[in-house]
Each structure stands twice: as C-alpha cells, then as structure tokens.
Design a protein around this ligand. Structure first.
Ligand code: CP
Length: 317
C-alpha cells in the first residue's frame, strides 16, 4: 500500500477485515517491521481517539512517533498558492510539507473540511498536497470527506458483534449544535456499500449526503421506519452537503435523538458512534450507558484499524 485515504486502498473490505483481525489476534508480531522507522502524525484539528490509538498502533509495530499539532507551537501556515504572504501566516504549506517529510518514513494527516468551500473540501486539497509533496506514504486520520480508520474499526466491531450473516445496519443523522463535516458518515456509507449487509441511511430532508457516498444504500426519511428491525444503529451528525446550504446546520430536531423508545423499534440493536458524542443531543444517557452500547469496544478497535494500515504502509516502503 502506498497511501491510505479510502476503502479503495484495500483490494476489498474482506481483505481489510481479515488483515485487521490477524493484527488484533497478535498485535506484537510485527515489532521488527517498524524498527528505526518514524511515524509523523500531523493534526490540523483536535483528537483524542485518533491520536492515542494511532500512536499505540505505531508503538506496537516498533516505530518511533512524532506528533505535531499544527495550530499549537508551529508557524502559522498559509495553504493557498499565489497569496501575498503579508498576513500573520509565516510559512507556506508547500515548504512545510516536504520539510516534514525529511524527518519521517510515514505521515498521518488529520485535516477536517472547512465547510465553506464544497469544491475545495471535496477535492481534498490539503491531504492531496501531503501526498504530492511529502515524498512519504500518507494516511488519512480524518480528511475533509472521509474517516477511513474510523470505519475500518466500525467494520471490525460489527463483525465481532453481529448475530446474523447479513445484519441490518442503519446510519442515522442525529442533532448537534455545531456544524460538523460529513466525513464520518461518508466513509461509513462508502465501506458499508462494499459489504453484503442491509444498509439504510436515514436523515431529515436537506441532509442528503453526496451521491458517490450514498451509492446503493436505501435512503429512508422516516427514522422510525428505518430503525425497524435494525441490528446496528450508527448515529452521527453531519451538516448539509447540498450546494445551497453547504456546511450549514439546518435544524437541531431532538425528535431524531436516539432514545430508548427509538431503540425499542429495532431488533435489540447495538448502538454505535465514533465519539466524541453529545449526550442527549445525539443519544440519550440511557442508550449510551445500556448493555447494547458498543461505543467503547468500537473505540478500542481504532488501535487495530490504525495498526493494520500502518503495517501495510511499512510493507510498501
Ligand atoms: N472518532 C475519532 O476520530 O475521535 P477523535 O476525534 O477523538 O480522534
């Protein structure tokens, strides 16, 4: 593997899953692979799980790890080419990226959608510049449009908990006070469409995801109908994708919050969320604290999704 930005960097979801399960069974088997190799993790945005799980994954592989929070302690970066740099931004990303590449063997990048320019976000301008100019293998730790390390962890978790071969998996929009990117929902849809699960997306009108991510999923605007018979409920907020409202919060309708009453419509479904989660906006206290909530095992699997990807990138060096 040369870079990892989406499900397409694995031959198939089955291959990704098999590799991840093998890594989880024996996480210290490849300690020699990363010896004297350095992972550089670049964060343009905050993180708890991605930061810790990816660092732990690299350590399991015997690597050294450097973490840089771009907005804390580094020079303020200009990202637009052609700009006259007479503002407070001291360094251009086009120099910073190859310099970063000098100090490491692999780079992980977290750079969220700006949510003001849909074309720029969906062209993955920042992530693609790292791929083009760093001279190193690059992997996404959540980009403008996708969060594939999260989704691989989600897939491992569903496989571990599913009670039928082809479970019904429902991705439901839920309310949130701030505008959030579509990345987690996009990525989840993209991977689920590669499985043979029954996959349904539900959201209020106006929150349609980009067609390339919706793919063959069934879209059901009535949340109660969507949840009927679900084996897994994956809750997530996202802001509007449509051109007129891109990046906007259209409503905070708490009738979409995942409550005990909503979960009663399901087939005793497991509740999933990538975290961090706003309690009593996205999900009620009762649901997230219930035995059906698998958000912690889901987060734990982030270590193995990251390790699977870093291992593949090390093998490709
Ligand atoms: N789920 C996830 O990516 O968590 P963090 O934003 O805390 O890394």
């Amino acid at each position: 593997m040369r870079n990892f930005t989406s499900v397409k960097d694995f031959a198939s979801v089955e291959e990704a899953l098999a590799k991840a399960i093998a890594v989880k069974k024996n996480p210290f088997a490849d300690q020699a692979l990363g010896k004297n190799r350095t992972l550089l993790m670049i964060f343009f945005n905050s993180s708890l799980r991605t930061r810790l799980s990816t660092q732990k994954a690299a350590m399991n592989l015997g690597m050294n790890v450097i973490v840089l929070d771009v907005n804390q302690g580094a020079w303020k970066l200009e990202t637009e080419r052609g700009v006259i740099m007479n503002s407070d931004k001291s360094e251009h990303l086009l120099e910073a990226i190859p310099v970063m590449g000098c100090y490491c063997d692999i780079i992980g990048v977290r750079s969220f959608a700006g949510l003001t320019d849909r074309e720029s976000d969906y062209n993955e301008v920042i992530l693609n510049q790292f791929i083009k100019y760093s001279g190193r293998p690059v992997f996404s730790m959540e980009s403008a449009t996708r969060h594939p390390l999260q989704t691989l962890a989600d897939l491992i978790t569903i496989e571990e908990y599913k009670k039928t071969a082809k479970p019904k998996v429902v991705l439901t929009w839920a309310p949130h006070p701030k505008a959030l990117p579509q990345a987690v929902a996009n990525s989840f849809a993209e991977w689920m469409n590669e499985t043979d699960y029954e996959f349904v997306i539900t959201h209020p009108k106006g929150y349609e995801l980009a067609p390339q991510f919706v793919g063959k999923a069934k879209v059901e605007y009535d949340q109660d109908k969507a949840l009927a018979g679900a084996d897994f409920v994956y809750a997530k907020n996202w802001s509007a994708y449509n051109e007129a409202d891109y990046g906007k919060v259209l409503n905070m309708d708490r009738s979409w919050t995942v409550t005990t009453e909503k979960m009663a419509l399901t087939n005793n479904a497991y509740f999933m969320h990538c975290l961090p989660v706003r309690r009593n906006m996205i999900v009620s206290d009762d649901v997230i604290e219930s035995p059906q909530s698998i958000v912690i095992p889901e987060a734990a699997n982030r270590e193995y999704s990251a390790q699977t990807v870093i291992k593949e990138l090390l093998l490709g060096l």
